[in-house]
Design a protein around this ligand. Sequence first.
Ligand code: 5GP
Ligand code: MG
Length: 174
Amino acid sequence: MPEKINVLLSEQVIKKRVAGLADEILSGSRPELLHVVFVLKGSFVFCADLVRELSRKGQAVNIDYIIAKSYLGTESTGTVKCKIDIDMAGKDILLVEDIVDTGNTMLKLRKKIAEMKPERLRLVTLLDKPERREVDIEPDYVGFEVEDRFLVGYGLDFDERYRELPYIGVISPQ
Ligand code: 5GP
Ligand code: MG
């Protein structure tokens, strides 16, 4: 029997906030070219919407990705696996995450990218679970602060399911 998903953030609410995030990212000095680096797989939907908002507002972008994995089922494994073979030296980088939970993934990625000497490095996450933080990291831009609940949809999965949902929700046991 399929589980029921309770909607937490609707498609419309997300769309509006993503446009707002693009405004925040573009306030202040704009680079000629913004290098958007998203973290697979969870942030692919958010990134697709965000780059189109950035483009609509006149920002030219390059898009690349990093594969990072730390979760099995609904539990963080603590060890973050990732491999970065993008040249970031001298570039204006926007790292795009779906959700910052313990913070281990973003901390590790930020450290690795900073070592590659970008001109500027900013972090954006659609979702933030500040209660769950284990390490000291604050994203520069946050879409929504959320409570400590396991979320699916809009790119987020539960064992590879539900990524295609246009909204973000919570699985309710039936
Ligand atoms: P962190 O390293 O901050 O603990 O974990 C970050 C990653 O864990 C996210 O990029 C995401 O892939 C996964 N994650 C954290 N919380 C959730 C959640 O509520 N739902 C899903 N589907 N993934 C989550
Ligand atoms: Mg992720």
